[in-house]
Design a protein around this ligand. Sequence first.
Ligand code: NAD
Length: 505
Amino acid sequence: MANNSINELQHFINGKKTAGTSGRFGDVFNPATGEVQAKAPFASKAEIDEIVKISKKMAKEWGATASPKRSSIIFNMRELMVKNKQNLAELIGQEHGKTIADALGEIARAIDVVEFAAGIPNTIKGAYSPNVGGNIDVFSFREPIGVVAGISPFNFPVMVPLWMGAMAVACGNSYINKCSEVDPSAALRVAELWKEAGLPDGVWNCVIGDKEAVDSLLTHPDVPAISFVGSTAVGEYVYQTGCKHNKRVQAFTGAKNHLVVMPDANMDQAVDALIGAGYGSAGERCMAISVAVPVGEATAKELVKRLLPKVEELKMGPYNDAKAEINPLITRKAQERVEGLIAKGKAEGAGLLVDGRGKGKNLQGYENGFWVGGTLLDGVKEGMEVHKTEIFGPVLSVMAPVDFDKAVNIINNHEYGNGTAIFTRDGDTAKSFMDRVDVGMIGVNVPIPVPVSFHHFGGSKRSKFGDTQMYGPESVVFFTKMKTVSSRWPSGIKEGAVFSMPSHK
Ligand code: NAD
């Protein structure tokens, strides 16, 4: 049992809060103070088996529900998300630590996808070809696949479960969100809101767990699809294990996003973009810009001169401090990992222009939180650990100056290809950049190019495993299976048995 004085969280299963029965718990921290504020139950294999049983039964019922009816429930959810955004932002802030303004931004991007999902009758439409030969009509339509498991990361506790799940249930599937165990409360609240919206109990379940829960989903014969968002090491494992068990799997994973600054860039805009995209959410975003690549010596000098005072002034603070720009990291382990990488960068020869380590000690009342202040490295080169590794902290690396071709090569040589951006006023350069980089999402004078819901989200190289994209029309392909019917109504047709391969000729 968890310690009585600490709130014990519950899963949300079959429309009800449900206490965990495994006897295993993890700590949920207040990252700003370092205190444990709740205990999260870790689901066992037996609990997962029970949830899958419920989900399988409900997938049949929900899958047979007319798509306009599904759409109207999703529309209700959209309204509830808007109505409850402040409460959701609080829950995110309390456990993740990001500021209310940042959490509201996350929720807005979740609502964007819920809105797209509400248009499912149009997106899921099939195709019809009359008289393809011999009076035969052919039509194709898409059916739900059944139970979809969505394994989500800590850094977007509302947005990512909804990016996957809203499209999964719109397509007529039931959905099991294995939310992050370190900040589960907002994801649990999302599950409650679906119930309020009118989604039948058991169509959207939210379960807290660790590797045991994930492995149980990955190997369960009644879970045909897995959508994963998280780190590359875990995503690759999830992809390979899921595929080995004959599931369809999409895994959106780690990143190292470069922003190229051309000599002709609007320098004010480029610097603001780097500050916001580098340090917003303390760098704990898969689309954070963590590397600036200045083209030319003069650009590099100017960039560093302008970045330095801004990074020094970045204000750390808890989620409910309206002036805070940098939030604490998610755990002590994450803090120590980021501090270790900063030390490594310095040891490998990068210039440590602003060092954010230890700055939390000066935050009165928050001295024990998981803080790392804004950190700026320069003279970073390929091969250094700080360039190879996804730091996932408030650390911006400015690379030693290069020419444009080399900038493109640096991006293409990197193992990750989630996002990238270029700041320039020249159309030819921008066009050449977007044609040549092997990266899934590209910004031209846009630092965080997360596509809107009616396009698609997804990276390249080791930032994504599997072929399909997150949300947008292509996500319907992932969350459904296709049937194609060739039909003929035989009045007046007398063909006899045909032994050669049928053809329309
Ligand atoms: P994580 O990989 O530690 O955890 C993700 C999920 O996997 C969680 O639900 C967790 O419980 C589960 N998990 C963790 N270890 C596991 C194991 N050994 N076996 C099975 N399941 C396991 O990631 P995180 O720290 O929660 O999130 C940060 C990472 O997610 C970063 O690498 C970030 O780039 C990435 N991310 C990627 C995208 C994207 O779209 N590409 C979006 C958001 C976050």
